[in-house]
Design a protein around this ligand. Structure first.
Ligand code: 5GP
Length: 211
């Protein structure tokens, strides 16, 4: 069955390990593509232009919004973040599953605009583990960690809007679980529209005696 790829949203608390999870998924399977977002936040140490993000200023970001160059965007902890449209559309058409690693406001906009998208929420096993991971990361000040925990508390309110929750405890198991969820989701009728239309047409031909 030939199909377009699935538009996948991966959200989760900052510190849930989404980045590592996605990296492993891309390494293990070649039918995934990761969308690189545009942001107005400053690069963290080690982050590269065009790899983790396209870093830009507010003026350029707002200009991109105006020319409809983003599939969605949101403001998070004082900065803009958005998904460039062109890459996502190209990859879906090529049959790849496109991963958007975005926060909840963006996730909800994607679901509204693309009801066939698949929304997955990634979480550490507990709140205490989340706090410990944020502290261990060591790239953020105490104030930023506190802000991210308070944001996590807000985001926990929105988990029910997602299609699935995945607990990132063991990395390998989590990668496998994601791949299985995606494989199953591809078989849902809402994501097989083209194939369903085709087989109906074919059957109609038989019924009418055309074939
Ligand atoms: P960070 O600053 O830690 O890289 O990202 C902060 C938050 O912004 C994360 O929850 C991340 O998933 C989210 N984010 C990254 N890119 C986008 C985007 O393009 N759109 C939206 N809505 N959120 C994004």
């Amino acid at each position: 069955m030939e199909q377009k790829g699935i538009l996948m949203v991966l959200s989760g608390f900052s510190g849930a390990g989404k980045g590592t999870l996605i990296k492993e998924l891309l390494k293990k399977y070649d039918h995934y593509a990761l969308s690189v977002s545009m942001t107005t936040r400053s690069p963290r140490e080690g982050e590269r232009e065009g790899v983790e993000y396209f870093f830009t200023d507010r003026e350029h970001f707002e200009e991109t919004i105006r020319r409809d160059g983003l599939l969605e965007y949101a403001s998070y902890c004082g900065n803009y973040y958005g998904t460039p449209r062109a890459y996502v559309e190209e990859q879906l058409a090529a049959g790849n599953n496109v991963i958007l690693e975005i926060e909840i406001q963006g996730a909800l906009k994607i679901k509204e605009r693309f009801p066939e998208s698949l929304l997955i929420f990634v979480t550490p096993p507990s709140g205490a583990e989340l706090k410990a991971r944020l502290e261990r990361r060591g790239t953020e000040s105490a104030e930023v960690i506190a802000r991210r925990l308070s944001r996590a508390y807000e985001e926990a309110e929105g988990i029910e809007a997602y299609d699935y929750v995945v607990v990132n405890d063991s990395l390998d198991a989590c990668v496998e679980e994601l791949e299985q969820l995606v494989a199953a989701a591809r078989r849902a009728p809402v994501r097989c529209g083209a194939w369903i239309r085709e087989i109906r047409e074919e059957l109609k031909g038989f019924v009418k005696g055309e074939k």
